[in-house]
Design a protein around this ligand. Sequence first.
Ligand code: PLP
Length: 358
Amino acid sequence: MSKIFFTVGPTQLYPEIQEFYREAFEKNIPSISHRSSAFSEVVKTTTEELKKLLNVPDNFYFFFLSSGTECMERTIENLVAYKSTHFVNGYFAKRFNDIAVQLHRKVQTFTVPFGMNFSFAEHIIDSDSEMVCLTLNETSTGVAINPEEIVNIKKKNPDKIIAVDAVTAFPYYRLDFNYVDVAFFSVQKGFGMPAGLGVLIVNKNCLSKANSVIKSNVCTGSFNNFLNLAEKAEKYQTSVTPNALAIYVLGRVATMLNNLDSDYISSTTEKKAKLIYDYFDSREDIHPFVDDINSRSKTTIVLRVSGDTNHIFKKLENNDLIISKGYAEFREQHLRIGNFPMHKIPDILNLLYLFKKI
Ligand SMILES: *Cc1c(COP(=O)(O)O)cnc(C)c1O
């Protein structure tokens, strides 16, 4: 029996992934030039299918980079000359903040104890801050931000760039791109693919800002700056030789998801999340880490464990089910369960059945 990965990323692949890769090899995708019209067709298809899936308007670029973390770095480099504001509710939000510091930008940092969410209305964003960075779904703590809060932040701060880390949020969580300027994800989480591709979605209006940052004498990176990336994206090309296989397969995955009933992803994700939370709410020794029900992630469920966790992993692994350990300081005290569109209800029931015996 093959294993099922309920991990938070990398995670279980969609069953179709191998077939999509085989198809890509048959079409010589790894060998064709990234300057050919055949490759531009691939980038165009992937871009168009993602736009449809995530409801992204036409005034956005899609940049194909290497990882979610690279997307953070490029975003700071290109769109912040002086200061960015960070809402830090876990280790990935902290990484975004720390990258800004490493790039010698000033930061305004709001923090909450991990496991909690923000009362956004209480936080006043500095007038000299250029960008607000938010982590839609914090994979390290299992806290999700209500996308409505992001709309409110943009309405209150219309002159600031809003940048959203949507790495474990997409494709379940949706953003209103009328109120978001930058969003990014990598493919090894909710898109159920092998790692090696990050997708950065950038409002075309950000280009004038990128231009002024370049003129402002701070480090804006080099070859992969937004002006170069945008010039190539206009032609459905990439700045450097990209992970062409992954760009092709991502287009196939997005097409497949677009062919599902429009509420399939949301209804099944919510149904599975409810099964998991309901069960662990009834248990004291293995209990949801996030107390506030409205802040609980639907896609990465974090559980705190009283006592040792090793026997739990052993029991599950003996039955070919794999879940994630806690993140960083929580490594030995938490369990994390990925709940992405490829995870099936009968497998969740089997997972919970095994937990009942632990
Ligand atoms: C995994 C993850 C990242 C980092 O993505 P990489 O592709 O590994 O660089 C960033 N943010 C969140 C919320 C994540 O879960």
